[in-house]
Design a protein around this ligand. Structure first.
Ligand code: GLY
Length: 351
C-alpha cells in the first residue's frame, strides 16, 4: 500500500477509534502477557536509556527509571537543550519545562518556565505526588521546588551564555550589539550570521518488568524564546502521553505544532486502534502536515519548514519513532548493557 493511502486509511480509522475504546483495547489484550522491558528516547538519550534499563532490570518502576535516565542529560552541561547549560530565553535566563506520566496510577504532572533548578523532571514528579495539581509554572513552581529542598543554582554556563551572546549580537544591524570584528570593518552588519534556532529536548518512555508504562519529557525549550514561552514538553497530551493499557509516546521538535495537534495523546490513541508505534508516529506527523496552513511555516513545496520527532512504545514492548523529515534517529534499549541508535521513519526525504 502506498504511504499516502495508508495514512488516509489510518486517519479515517483513527476517528472511529476514539469513540470505541473497549473494542480497540481488546486488540492489545493478551491473556498471558510476557513483558519485555524496553526503553526508548530521543537520540540524545543513549546514556539515559541504558541507565533506565539497568534500573528496570533491577526491579525499578518505569517512571523512576526514566527520570533517573534523563537526569543524566539534565545534569550534563554539554547538552545545551536540557537542564544545566540549556540555552536561555531572549533575556539570557534559562527556563526549563518538563512533565512526567505514571501509567499504573494514571497520574501525571508538569512544570513550566522553571528557573534555577536543574532537574525539572524531578520537580514534576513531586508535583504529581505531593499536590492536587497537574501543572505549576514560573515563580510558583520555583517556590514549590524550594519548599521541597531542591537546590538552586545558576543554570547558565559559559557555553550557553556565549551562544546567547552570539545570537544577540547577530540579530540585527540596526541595534547596538556588535559581533566580534576588527577595527577595519566598516559595516559590521555584513558580518551578521543568522543563528539557526531549534528545539532540543529529551523524551524517554519505558515499559518495566511488571508491564507498566511511564514516560518523561524535559527541555530548556526553544533557543532564545520570548520569556514565559511554554512549549509542548510540560503539557500532558502534547509532549508526552501514557496510557498503561496501550502505550507511551513523546516528542521533540517544534512544540507549537504538538500543542496545536495534541500529538502524543493522538499517537497513543492510534496505537489503541492497533497501529504499530511507528505507524502511529507517522500518523501524528501527517496530522501536523495537514494542519500547517500558514505560509511562513511552509517551504516552496508547501511542506513544513520545521521538524517534529516522535518516540513510542506499546504494551507489548514494540517500539518505533518517526519524524516529518528524514534523518531522524532514536535511542533504544531492549535489555542490553549498551543502548543503540535506530533510524526512524519519516514522511519527506530531505534534499
Ligand atoms: N519540544 C520542545 C519545545 O518546543 O519546547
Amino acid at each position: 500500500m502506498e504511504r499516502r493511502d495508508f495514512l488516509k486509511k489510518s486517519a479515517a480509522a483513527g476517528a472511529a477509534l476514539i469513540t470505541q475504546p473497549q473494542q480497540v483495547l481488546g486488540q492489545l489484550h493478551d491473556p498471558n502477557p510476557k513483558y519485555r522491558p524496553v526503553v526508548i528516547s530521543s537520540a540524545n538519550g543513549l546514556a539515559a536509556t541504558a541507565r533506565a534499563m539497568e534500573l528496570i532490570q533491577s526491579g525499578s518502576d518505569a517512571l523512576d527509571a526514566c527520570i533517573a535516565g534523563v537526569n543524566i542529560v539534565e545534569d550534563d552541561p554539554e547538552d545545551i537543550t536540557v537542564g544545566l547549560g540549556g540555552l536561555p530565553n531572549e533575556d539570557g535566563v534559562v527556563e526549563l519545562d518538563s512533565c512526567v506520566m505514571h501509567g499504573p496510577t494514571c497520574r501525571g504532572a508538569g512544570v513550566a518556565s522553571l528557573q534555577n533548578i536543574k532537574n525539572p523532571s524531578k520537580v514534576a514528579k513531586v508535583i504529581m505526588e505531593r499536590t492536587d495539581h497537574v501543572l505549576l509554572v514560573g515563580q510558583g513552581a520555583l517556590k514549590f521546588a524550594r519548599m521541597h529542598g531542591f537546590e538552586e543554582m545558576n543554570l547558565l554556563t559559559d557555553r550557553s551564555r556565549n551562544e546567547w551572546l552570539k545570537w544577540k549580537e547577530n540579530l540585527s544591524k540596526e541595534d547596538d550589539w556588535l559581533p566580534p570584528h576588527t577595527m577595519e570593518d566598516k559595516d559590521i552588519g555584513d558580518l551578521l550570521r543568522g543563528y539557526a534556532r531549534t528545539y532540543g529536548t529529551i523524551n524517554c518512555n519505558g515499559l518495566d518488568k511488571d508491564g507498566n508504562l511511564s514516560g518523561v519529557t524535559t527541555t530548556s525549550g526553544l533557543f532564545f524564546k520570548i520569556p514565559g514561552r511554554v512549549g509542548d514538553s510540560p503539557i500532558l497530551g502534547a509532549g508526552l502521553f501514557v496510557d498503561n493499557a496501550v502505550g507511551a509516546a513523546g516528542s521533540t521538535g517544534r512544540g507549537e505544532a504538538n500543542l496545536l495537534n495534541c500529538s502524543s495523546v493522538m499517537i497513543v490513541e492510534y496505537m489503541r486502534q492497533g497501529k504499530s508505534p511507528e505507524q502511529a508516529c507517522l500518523l501524528a506527523c501527517q496530522r501536523i502536515v495537514d494542519h500547517t496552513k500558514e505560509a511562513r511555516l511552509l517551504n516552496d513545496d508547501k511542506k513544513p519548514k520545521f521538524d517534529v520527532k516522535f518516540y513510542a512504545i506499546n504494551k507489548r514492548g514494540d517500539f518505533g519513532g518517526a519524524a516529518i523529515w528524514s534523518g531522524m534517529k532514536f535511542a533504544l534499549n531492549t535489555g542490553e548493557p549498551a543502548s543503540v541508535l535506530k533510524e526512524g521513519a519519516y514522511l519527506f526525504k530531505r534534499n
